[in-house]
Design a binder for this molecule. Structure first.
Ligand SMILES: NC(=O)c1ccc[n+]([C@@H]2O[C@H](COP(=O)([O-])OP(=O)(O)OC[C@H]3O[C@@H](n4cnc5c(N)ncnc54)[C@H](O)[C@@H]3O)[C@@H](O)[C@H]2O)c1
Length: 248
């Protein structure tokens, strides 16, 4: 088991990509803080991890709220003892144009999609520095952070921010032996903000089909493990090759 005795915090772990990451890290021996705004989702996933023989604690928290984040970090350390790995997976999208989006929509998407990796990164990194033996942070970005889109504005700006937030976090946390990387997925499981997978959703990539949440979970496992120990401040695309294609 690659992550025995490690504690991993996974945000937005109540379904889809975050859920798969939580299960995969648990299978490698990590104790999981399953974090989601929706308590029933967090409790279901934590319950399934425990039923499979793993260790997990469910937390309902809004990871865009600073006081909630401070409490979440303290409660995780209280329940699981420490924090070695943080996966910043939460995001929401506006799915709007510059003409439709309101200032309130913009602020909300920025607070959750860009603000939560900052807040969770800040307070989890403080805990890792206190522990004194390094750590690992993954920020889930998106191909939407690399290109313009016709029907999303704040989300694309926030994800572009996540990509460079990752680099600055990597630079500032490297002296503490905390490695920070991002992953940019495209078309994995159900769309952001939706629970249902639509197999007819159009996909343009080299694989010829959408990805599965487990594809993301394997990438996270690689980036938090010893196999990637020389990869710092980098972005990994898990996108079926869509960023490699000419868009026509
Ligand atoms: N699904 C895709 O095809 C895709 C593509 C590109 C990028 N991504 C990225 O992958 C990540 C996961 O996407 P997903 O499709 O699994 O999302 P999802 O919407 O299915 O799940 C997100 C979870 O986060 C929770 N959440 C939302 N706001 C929260 C908050 N403020 N505090 C705590 N929990 C909150 C939700 O309750 C939900 O359970 C996101 O960062 C997303 O941008 C996904």
């Amino acid at each position: 088991m690659k992550l025995k005795d490690k504690v991993a915090v996974v945000t937005g772990a109540g379904r889809n990509i975050g859920e798969a990451i939580a299960h995969r890290l648990s299978k490698e021996g990590a104790k999981i803080a399953v974090v989601d705004l929706e308590a029933d989702r967090a409790e279901r996933v934590a319950g399934e991890i425990k039923a499979a023989g793993g260790e997990a604690a469910a937390f309902s928290a809004d990871v865009s709220d600073e006081d909630a984040v401070k409490k979440l970090v303290a409660d995780t350390v209280g329940a699981l003892g420490r924090i070695d790995i943080l996966v910043n997976n939460v995001a929401i999208s506006d799915n709007k144009t510059i003409f439709d989006i309101t200032k309130a929509d913009w602020d909300k998407v920025m607070a959750v999609t860009l603000g939560s990796p900052f807040l969770m990164g800040k307070y989890c990194a403080e805990q890792m520095v206190t522990q004194g033996d390094g750590g690992n942070i993954i920020n889930v970005a998106s191909t939407s952070g690399w290109r313009g889109r016709p029907r999303a504005l704040a989300y694309t700006a926030a994800k572009g921010g996540v990509i460079n937030l990752t680099r600055s976090m990597a630079v500032q946390l490297a002296p503490h032996n905390i490695r920070v990387n991002s992953i940019s997925p495209n078309k994995i499981g159900s769309p952001v903000g939706q629970a249902d997978f639509d197999p007819t959703r159009p996909v343009k990539n080299l694989a010829g089909h959408p990805g599965e949440p487990d594809d993301m979970a394997e990438a996270v496992l690689f980036l938090v493990g010893e196999e990637s120990k020389f990869i710092w401040g980098e972005n990994l695309f898990v996108d079926g090759g869509c960023m490699a294609m000419e868009v026509s």
